[in-house]
Design a binder for this molecule. Structure first.
Ligand SMILES: *Cc1c(COP(=O)(O)O)cnc(C)c1O
Length: 359
């Protein structure tokens, strides 16, 4: 028996929603998509939500709507999924890599030190489901006249000082990739914003730059979304808070059972509400522990072993020294967690981890 890293939800309510959407004979950007957008915007507390084909597409469309151009510098943590950086590069801007703080999110002090006259904005990543320090980042963006685009792809429903992530920046981008906290049986993404113009521009870009059926105002692309997947997303959005509560319960369970071991456990910073997209521990014996758990039938992951500033795709940018990032990427290990895991599975994983350190 293998304990998977993540177990996405699947049941009769979800299947029923899929069949009903099929029966409607509308497939793209129809009533299910419109309802999902309205419900998601309300959930986050933003004026607009725009569905699209992936989290990467959501990030890129926002950057295009912000008007980023060649030569613009965008501050971004190197410790993130590569798509965060890819969207910035695809938007022709230059990523400027920033180190992380103790919550593994973008360090505001290092960000401040890297602001130049060419800096236009900051893309913090609420990695693993933990919000970045949004108070300090908002202070920076207002002091230097920068925009803030939150990468919320791992943090649906996380909040900071009582407000949902995605509602702090000029926009926020989310992914529905199957392992994420909110998913849609395939690829998908959504962006949120209070800015009417940004929302309108993104709606246009996602559908070939179209103003109406026959007139194209700009070069966009096909980044639309589907009815069947929107129907799934609507069912799971209604369960998101309960699923996140469940993740938090399981994280607390890990915390109790892993106490006292020579490990660094995840922390929750003051004001932050963590939604544990991933449960990431740190040890300098990471490889051996991963092998041990694999042999015991426990799947683990490393998110991410190669930091973005070291990726061959961006080797033309001179990689800065990021000591905390370089250190943590050698030590991090993601243990199984999702709303679909049982207490027993978490206990079993924790028992194997204890056994490893006893040996
Ligand atoms: C998953 C993810 C993305 C990309 O989302 P896709 O839907 O896979 O395109 C971007 N940023 C982060 C932090 C992610 O975890």
């Amino acid at each position: 028996m293998t304990i998977p890293l993540s177990r996405p939800p699947l049941d009769d309510e979800i299947k029923g929603a899929v069949l009903a959407a099929m029966d409607s004979r509308q497939y793209i950007l129809g009533p299910e998509c419109r309802a999902f957008e309205a419900e998601f915007a309300q959930y986050v507390g933003a004026r607009h939500a725009v569905l699209t084909s992936s989290g990467t597409a959501a990030l890129w469309m926002v950057l295009k709507a912000f008007g980023v151009k060649a030569g613009d510098e965008v501050l971004v943590p190197a410790h993130t999924a590569f798509p965060t950086v890819e969207a910035i590069c695809f938007g022709e801007a230059t990523p400027v890599f920033v180190d992380v703080d103790d919550s593994y999110t973008l360090d505001p002090a290092d960000a401040a030190a890297k602001i130049t006259p060419r800096t236009v904005g900051i893309v913090p990543v609420h990695i693993y489901g933990h919000p970045a320090n949004l108070s300090q980042l908002q202070e920076l963006t207002s002091r230097f006249g920068l925009w803030l685009l939150e990468d919320c792809c791992q943090a649906h429903g996380a909040s900071f000082k009582g407000k949902k992530v995605g509602a702090f920046g000029r926009a926020g981008a989310f992914s529905f990739y199957p392992s994420k906290n909110l998913t849609v049986m395939g690829d998908g993404g959504i962006l949120v914003t209070d800015d009417d113009e940004v929302a309108a521009r993104c709606r246009r870009v996602r559908d070939h730059g179209r103003l109406n059926k026959d007139v194209h105002a700009e070069i966009g692309f096909n980044l639309r979304f589907n009815e069947i997947q929107a129907a799934v997303g609507r069912v799971l959005l209604r369960r998101l808070d309960a699923m996140n509560d469940r993740r938090r319960q399981l994280a607390a369970r890990y915390g109790e059972r892993l106490k006292g071991l020579p490990l660094t456990l995840p922390v929750e910073q003051p004001g932050a509400r963590h939604v544990f997209h991933l449960y990431v521990i740190r040890t300098d014996r990471r490889e051996a522990l991963a092998q041990f758990l694999k042999a015991a039938g426990v799947q683990t992951g490393i998110h991410y072993p190669v930091p973005c500033h070291r990726q061959p795709a961006v080797e033309h940018l001179s990689a800065p020294a990021l000591p905390r990032t370089e250190r943590i990427v050698r030590e991090i290990l993601s243990l199984p967690i999702s709303a679909g895991h049982t207490d027993g599975e978490i206990d079993e994983v924790a028992a194997h981890v204890r056994e490893f350190f006893r040996a």
